[in-house]
Design a protein around this ligand. Structure first.
Ligand code: SF4
Ligand code: SF4
Length: 437
């Protein structure tokens, strides 16, 4: 399959657009000072002006390209100290705005190509991908451990390799292998069974979507698993009648929806197949009157927007011919693919739920700190950053936080432990499963 993954050199013309204005320091669009606040986790922890935020990283990209900088441990550390959350891209208003996360990842790809990246602590991810087809060093048979309660209850989940079903539930590695997060696939499958949906899983045959490999710059490993997945999805459509792939993982969702678009064959391989997040599926069913609650949940909750179901899915409008501003000028951000309203709508209709918003929400959401390989590469920082998000939720009087990403689930709960908070992050499906008959 042919891929169009840009090299750092191909992004060079954009790298010179940064004026080092520092707009990317704060989430400013929800209100004037003092209500605006930091948006860059790397800048907050390591110093915004000290080359650790986007403008500094773009300066490093220039240095790498023009040969003024050579790889050192410090330079490598600087380009990997970033959650690739795109918070900076959301604030920037210049022409390179849509490409800032891409520039950071292109530097990582260059580091991997040059044989120096990723960070030593992240090399285990790359090795695990090659050995186990997942980033968690998890043997294949462990991938289905979460299905045991269903087998025990004599409600086995269909193995779609053997039996047809219109819906593939693509579980994702974090839900399958990361113990504290296994409640997410369990609740998802439980809801699907309660609703009588005809769905199946790939079981031991499921492999990683490639997101983690891509985020740390290992494009070759990403392409390898992405191609295997695209071939499998095509086969499932043709031989098992799959027309919908549902994922409960923000990382898988972003990877298949966006990263796979860099494959020229994606349209052909996914012809007749729609990829949606569990929140979208359940919201559609709610609107059709098929999701009816019987219980109630008298909790005061707030919602955390994952970067990967939020601003990572922005589309951008450019001045292609220069008729509005100048050729290739950035004109506008289109948020139609971002899952901002759907999870909130669902959350608010759960009986007795009291909902409160944090300040940094939607396109200004503050990253949990776990993305971009940081949970593996810089676990202490990732958890510390997550504790700031927990504090933000507590400041609003919320008892618990809700989200739709197993990665945020794990990391934010780690952050909660750091500050010994009673607040926990639950996945939206964990709440919905409790109130379904
Ligand atoms: S990335 Fe954009 S907002 Fe940040 S310093 Fe550069 S031009 Fe300014
Ligand atoms: S992607 Fe996120 S962590 Fe990285 S420089 Fe931008 S705002 Fe900071």
């Amino acid at each position: 399959m042919k891929w169009n993954i840009p090299t750092l050199k191909e992004l060079e013309w954009l790298i010179w657009r940064c004026t080092a204005c520092s707009n990317c320091r704060t989430a400013y669009t929800y209100g004037p000072p003092p209500s605006n606040t930091e948006i860059c986790p790397a800048g907050v922890e390591f110093g915004f002006e000290g080359f650790m935020a986007s403008k500094g990283k773009i300066a490093f990209a220039r240095g790498i390209l023009n040969g003024e900088l050579e790889w050192t441990d410090e330079l490598l550390d600087a380009i990997y100290k970033c959650t690739v959350c795109a918070g900076c891209a959301n604030q920037c208003e210049l022409d390179h705005k849509p490409y800032i996360p891409e520039i950071i990842e292109a530097m990582r790809r260059r580091a991997v190509e040059d044989g120096i990246g990723p960070m030593p602590t992240q090399k285990v991810i790359a090795q695990s991908m090659r050995t186990y087809n997942n980033p968690y060093q998890g043997p294949r048979r462990v991938r289905t451990d979460w299905t045991r309660p269903f087998k025990k209850a004599k409600k086995p989940i269909k193995n779609i390799n053997k039996e047809p079903a219109p819906i593939l539930y693509y579980v994702g590695c974090t839900g399958a292998y990361n113990l504290p997060v296994r409640g997410v696939p369990v609740a998802t499958a439980s809801i699907f069974q309660k609703l009588g949906l005809d769905f199946g899983i790939l079981g031991e045959e499921e492999i990683c979507c490639g997101s983690t490999a891509m985020r740390i710059g290992d494009a070759e490993e990403f392409k390898r698993v992405a191609e295997l997945n695209l071939e499998k999805f095509k086969w499932l459509h043709e031989n098992r009648g799959v027309n919908t792939i549902v994922t409960s993982c923000a990382g898988c969702y972003r990877a298949i929806k966006k990263d796979y678009t860099m494959c020229e064959d994606k349209g052909k391989m996914l012809e007749g197949v729609t990829v949606i997040h569990t929140a979208e599926l359940l919201n559609n069913l709610y609107k059709e009157g098929k999701l009816k609650f019987s219980g109630s949940l008298p909790w005061k909750v707030t919602y955390h927007d994952p970067c990967h179901t939020g601003r990572h899915l922005n589309k951008f409008k450019f001045d292609k011919d220069g008729s509005v501003a100048w050729k290739d000028a950035y004109l506008e951000t289109i948020e139609e693919d971002c899952l901002y309203d759907i999870p909130r709508e669902l959350l608010k209709v759960i009986p007795d739920i009291e909902f409160t918003e944090m300040d940094r929400i939607r396109d200004n959401s503050y990253c949990c700190g776990g993305g971009g390989g940081c949970m593996t590469g810089y676990g202490d920082w990732a958890a510390k950053n997550a504790s700031k998000r927990i504090e933000e939720g507590m400041d609003k009087g919320a008892e618990h936080m809700v989200s739709i990403c197993p990665f945020c689930h794990y990391n934010i709960n780690q952050g909660s432990k750091v500050i010994k908070s009673d607040m926990k992050l639950y996945d939206l499906v964990e709440l919905i499963d409790q109130v379904l008959p």
